[in-house]
Write a protein that binds this ligand. Structure first.
Ligand code: FAD
Ligand code: NAI
Length: 475
């Protein structure tokens, strides 16, 4: 006998668990099926983000930043540190505790919202009169039926052709977060978000890090001026970034990995490293869903095809997050999850793709929302740009962290803010004001006229807004 639910969510990452909670808040009977296993084989809700993504990477970024500050920067503040040491096992253990707190938090939220949680793999069996029949294969076998199905099965790391992840020498984001000893030499393929974040973690802990990037430009999706500033900062820190490379043969031995590649000049080089992280993007995950059983449409990349409202080709089957088009970001997945639950309830859930913020949690942090100068130029849109350096910000000086700038782009005629780009301290937090401003379709003058606390980093946002009209006060 099947258990029936109004809504069955497959996948308990940020897209799925948030959709399940919102659907339950709206009064639906909701089940969420998730197959992630913790080290003991038990459930570990939260998906990639909580288990091997956003949360553990930020825990290690924080710990490694403390280590670097203590070793290299405390002295500037008159703090003498002697006998500084690294207990990597403890650092990794703390990261695991932070992950578990998040896993447990989601379990608690499911109980609070009466979401039925099933641990195992969910797969379509067939379309049924009452919706769809879904089989759960795990510790216990279950048969469920659901009127609405929300697919939130996420993504997996992309491997280089013929170079599978062994998570010992050749690492995906998973292995990269649990290297048991600080590598002497680390190679990274791909200088995208994971490459820069994980490269920063291990560099701060003492590893010699080389990043090999296929594209001739650094962080091509980022505003060029901001990307240049970030590149300068990272190379100053000792991160070796080679652009325009072509990766060839990769050989993994007992204790090292060798990577043959040609550099931008076409010269053939060999990089010998203890470990290699491959971070060349992620692929949507529909493995095990049995999509064929119901005729669920996938595109050539394996992503589930959806329309603007996250509807698939099947009635009452929805898909959100990394498994569909759009940026692979936790907050994008969450927003889609909420919007879908609200649409099922007959409401008008909406995700504004123009105001999804991006953050790279390096030091300096990089954050942006809206369009870059390159995009505006390509679209032929007339704009005015204002920049303000953190060097001229009192709080940044007090913090001892003056790298970077804020750049605001506003429409030349209407002054509406079209994009804000930040490289510098706490960019991840500062960008929130800019997202709000853009959601409310604010002008640069609106921001310039708003009182910002002194001394605060947020004054750099106000000054960048003033700079659009060429009237900064502190620069
Ligand atoms: P996922 O989080 O991948 O969750 C999918 C879940 O579905 C998983 O638990 C999986 O086991 C389960 N599942 C799959 N198939 C089935 C099935 N058939 N049955 C049952 N369960 C199934 N994004 C940010 O916004 N900020 C960050 O700082 C950030 N840092 C990141 C760092 C790293 C190293 C990585 C790899 C990613 C990072 N991301 C970050 C991206 C973010 O993790 C993803 O965008 C987000 O997790 C996508 O959420 P999702 O719910 O779509 O999928
Ligand atoms: P990415 O798309 O950010 O970067 C991949 C990089 O690899 C690109 O620069 C690409 O040009 C390069 N590349 C591709 N093939 C290559 C090859 N054969 N040789 C050399 N370089 C090659 O992907 P990444 O870093 O794997 O991260 C995946 C996704 O996870 C991100 O796009 C992002 O959506 C998400 N993420 C988000 C974070 C955040 O929000 N802070 C942190 C980490 C990941």
């Amino acid at each position: 006998m099947s258990k029936h639910f109004d809504v069955i969510v497959i996948g308990g990452g940020p897209g799925g668990y948030i959709a399940a909670i919102r659907a339950a808040q709206l009064g639906f009977g909701v089940a969420c099926i998730d197959e992630w296993k913790n080290a003991k084989g038990g459930p570990a809700l939260g998906g990639t983000c909580t288990n091997v993504g956003c949360i553990p990477s930020k825990a290690l970024l924080q710990s490694s930043e403390h280590f670097e500050q203590a070793g290299k920067h405390f002295a500037e503040h008159g703090i003498q540190v002697s006998g500084l040491g690294l207990d990597l096992a403890k650092m990794l253990g703390r990261k695991d505790t932070v992950v578990k707190q998040n896993n447990d938090g989601i379990q608690y939220l499911f109980k609070k919202n009466k979401v039925a949680s099933f641990h195992g793999r969910g797969a379509f069996v067939k379309a049924a009169e009452s919706g769809y029949e879904i089989a759960v294969a795990g510790a216990a076998e279950e048969s469920l039926t659901g009127k609405h199905i929300i697919l939130a099965t996420g993504s997996n790391a992309r491997a280089l052709p013929g170079v599978p992840f062994d998570e010992q020498r050749i690492l995906s984001n998973d292995g990269a977060l649990r290297v048991g000893a600080v590598p002497r030499k680390l190679g990274l393929i791909g200088s995208g978000v994971i490459g820069l974040e994980m490269g920063s973690v291990w560099r701060r802990l003492g590893t010699d890090v080389t990043v090999l990037e296929a594209l001739p430009v650094f962080l091509g999706a980022v505003d060029e001026q901001i990307a240049k500033e970030a590149h300068k900062a990272f190379t100053r820190q000792g991160l070796k970034i080679e652009l325009g490379v072509k990766v060839g043969e990769i050989k993994s031995g007992e204790s090292s990995v060798s990577v043959v590649y040609s550099n931008a000049k076409g010269e053939v080089q060999t990089l010998e490293v203890d470990r290699l992280i491959v971070s060349i993007g992620r692929v949507p995950n529909t493995i095990g869903l049995n999509a064929e059983a119901v005729g669920l449409k996938l595109d050539e990349r394996g992503a589930i095809v959806v329309d603007d409202e996250c509807k698939t080709n099947l009635p009452n089957v929805w898909a959100v997050g990394d498994v569909v088009r759009g940026p692979m970001l936790a907050h994008k997945a969450e927003e889609e999850g909420v919007a879908v639950a609200e649409r099922i309830a007959g409401q008008h859930g909406h995700v504004n793709f123009n105001t999804i913020p991006w953050v790279i949690y390096t030091n300096p942090e990089i954050a942006w929302v809206g369009q870059t100068e390159q995009q505006l130029n390509a679209a032929g849109r007339a704009y005015r740009a204002g920049t303000f350096p953190f060097l001229a910000n009192g709080r940044a000086r007090a913090l001892g962290d003056t790298t970077g700038m804020v750049k605001m782009l506003a429409d030349a005629a209407t002054d509406e803010i079209l994009g804000v780009h930040i490289v510098g301290p706490m960019a991840s937090e500062l960008i929130a004001e800019c997202v709000v401003a853009m959601e409310f379709r604010a002008s640069s003058e609106d921001i310039a006229r708003i009182c910002h606390a002194h001394p605060s980093l947020s004054e750099a946002i106000k000054e960048a807004a003033l700079a659009v009209d060429k009237r900064t006060l502190n620069f």
